[in-house]
Design a protein around this ligand. Sequence first.
Ligand SMILES: NCCC[C@H](NC(=O)CCC(=O)O)C(=O)O
Ligand SMILES: NC(=O)OP(=O)(O)O
Length: 324
Amino acid sequence: MNHFLSVKEVYNLDVLVRNALLFKKTPFADKHLGKNRTIGLLFFNSSLRTRLSTQRAAQNLGMEVIVMNVGADSWQLEMEEGVIMNSDKAEHVKEAAAVVGQYCDIVGVRSFPSLTDREADYSEKVMNQFVKYTGRPIISLESATRHPLQSLTDLITISEYKTKARPKVVLTWAPHVKALPQCVPNSFSEWMNVADVDFVITHPEGYELAPEFSGNAKITHNQNEAFEGADFIYAKNWSSYTHYGQILNQDPAWMVTMDKMKLTDNAKFMHCLPVRRNVVVEDAVLDSDHSIVIPQAGNRVWAAQVVLKEMLMGLNRKESPYLF
Ligand SMILES: NCCC[C@H](NC(=O)CCC(=O)O)C(=O)O
Ligand SMILES: NC(=O)OP(=O)(O)O
């Protein structure tokens, strides 16, 4: 694995999930692999889980970790090519990314979408600049359109908790007070569409995801119908893709409640977190046995660790091609 930006870089999904669960049993089995290797984690946006779990995963592999809140601590970066840099942005990504590449063997980047310029966001302008100029393998820590470490975690968690060979997995839109990215639902859909699950998406009208992500999923505007017989309920708010970045609906009737969970086949409740209680999902669900959001977040470590292991093995192969 060179870069990790989407499910497309994954050669064998089943093996990746199985190896992640092996790390859960023996976290330090590959402690030697990251010796004298450094990962740099660059955050343009806030994070709790991604930052700590990736750091922990790297440490489990024996790596050194450097973290920077680019949005707050370093220079503001210019992402456009060929511009006159007379605004507030002091440094171009061409230099910044290349310099970070001098200090690190692998670089992680978190950069949310603007939600104002759909074309720029969906062309992954920022992430691609880092891929182009860092000269190192890049791991997405949530980009403008995807959150692959989260989706791998979700697949690992579903594999762990499923009680049927082919569970029914429902992605449901839920209300929110802010306009949020489509990354998590895009990415979740992309991964579920290649996994062995019965995948259903439910959302109000106007919240259709980009077709490249929703793919062949069953889509319904009837949330109750979607919940019937479900084994997993995955809740998430997102802003509109078609009316780009807008909030079209804040109807509290879309909140996940205990009454709705009763329609399911005793489903597990999942959310990537952070979650707003009693807006997205009511307390009663989050505090019940339905909720697996904490072990789900715990699995972020094993997802990051299995991806970093693949990347480290790739680096070793490149540097010592005759040993492999
Ligand atoms: N990394 C996981 C989700 C990050 C982001 N959520 C948020 O920004 C929530 C912010 C709030 O609730 O104020 C999102 O939806 O993509
Ligand atoms: N789920 C997730 O990515 O959480 P953070 O935004 O806290 O990293």
